[in-house]
Design a protein around this ligand. Structure first.
Ligand SMILES: [Fe+2]
Length: 388
């Protein structure tokens, strides 16, 4: 895990009463993630989180005592996969994305001018098409988070994913450059170690747009000839579902599918048959609170993989599992929607168990109205459960 300290600017109010975002960097994709915190309530919001950094981000949230309320995307990324869905699963945050990006799993679809609140704070969405048709920037106090629309000294590319140099020119000059000059710009990427800029500096010094007419900008952008992003074929589809992937599956829900690091992914129906026939032990790895509020499976062994406060991994998970399940016995891991159960199945496999992840978990994925329990999962399928 990279050092947290190195990338953490102050999150406490400065003498002027300003509050800075927490800026975090993913070196593999040169992406910035931002965590914004309301200093009084400690409620927070995260912009453009990266899947491979989810443990780091959860550690920052826990360390700083932040109650994450929102995960927000600036656009559907082509170079990394969002951790929005994982963060929602682990922290209870809601997911939001620009309405024009086709991220249908996001619980809130943002339109231009919409606001999201966390504690006493608010961000405002600015629709800034160009890098992609749906791209948005987010304004917060005297800060703006610009995704790939405006980068330090440059701007995002416009040659794929519904990009348009004409639209980008308009977004840069008419929307972003209309913000006060002293507005601090926090980019979605940087490849040279820059961390921030200001609207004033970009208006006069941006190498692509400053001093250029629309036609000059369009010719420049169309002549860039950039290589295709390495992860585009994998990242774009995954980001359309907030980063939720069933890599091992391909949609087959009735058998057991091979998986990396554990025995396999299994449908709730087959898991229930094995369990009821005494061929396997069913372990519910959700928190006590989830079992109490959402419902539980009578006879399943309750053993939380992560637990409040902070949703840190249960340090005695392996020990406790070994105490209740004989080695050699099949173990079926059930969580809310099939994410924590993967981690739990991997850990159990390391300890010598034949461990399976139950696809879609107890509640399944959220539907278009962000309600769970209507799109698959143990309860939706009519398998045995009771309200706590
Ligand atoms: Fe992008």
């Amino acid at each position: 895990m990279p050092s947290l300290q190195a990338s953490l600017p102050p999150s406490t109010p400065s003498p002027q009463g300003d509050v800075a975002p927490i800026q975090l960097f993913d070196p593999a994709s040169s992406s910035y993630t931002y965590i914004l915190v309301d200093p009084s309530s400690r409620q927070g919001l995260i912009i453009d989180p990266v899947d491979t950094q989810v443990e780091r981000d959860l550690a920052v949230l826990a360390e700083q005592g932040i109650d994450l309320r929102w995960t927000v995307e600036t656009h559907g990324h082509a170079d990394h996969i969002t951790s929005a869905w994982l963060l929602a699963e682990h922290t209870g945050a809601r997911t939001a994305a620009p309405a024009g990006c086709g991220i249908r799993t996001a619980s809130v679809q943002l339109n231009d001018g919409d606001a999201l609140s966390f504690g006493g704070e608010q961000i405002r969405a600015l629709h800034t098409p160009g890098h992609t048709r749906g791209s948005m920037c987010y304004q917060w106090r005297n800060h703006v988070f610009t995704g790939d629309t405006l980068l330090v000294g440059t701007c995002g590319r416009t040659d794929f994913q519904s990009g348009s140099p004409q639209a980008l020119y308009d977004s840069l000059t008419r929307v972003l450059f209309a913000l006060p000059d002293e507005t601090i710009v926090w980019p979605g990427h940087d490849y040279q170690g820059h961390t921030r800029t200001t609207i004033g500096a970009e208006k006069t010094g941006n190498t692509r747009v400053a001093g250029r007419t629309l036609d000059e900008f369009v010719s420049l952008m169309n002549a860039l000839n950039l290589p295709r992003p390495k992860r585009i074929d994998e990242a774009v589809p995954a980001n359309l579902s907030s980063g939720h992937r069933h890599d091992a599956g391909g949609g087959e829900l009735h058998g057991v599918q091979a998986a990396a690091g554990y025995a396999g992914d299994i449908s709730p129906q087959l898991a229930c048959r094995w369990w009821q026939a005494g061929e396997a032990v069913l372990v519910d790895v959700r928190t006590d609170a989830e079992r109490e509020w959402v419902g539980f499976v009578p006879g399943a062994i309750p053993l939380a993989w992560k637990q409040w406060p902070g949703m840190v991994v249960n340090p005695v998970f392996g020990e406790a599992l070994a105490g209740v399940v004989p080695v050699g016995q099949k173990v079926l891991m059930l969580c809310r929607s099939g994410v924590r159960s993967i981690a739990a199945a991997r850990r159990a496999s390391e300890l010598g168990f034949e461990a399976y992840n139950i696809l879609d978990g107890f509640e399944g994925e959220p539907d278009e109205q962000s309600q769970r329990g209507h799109k698959g999962g143990w309860r939706h399928l009519g398998l045995p459960w009771r309200q706590g």
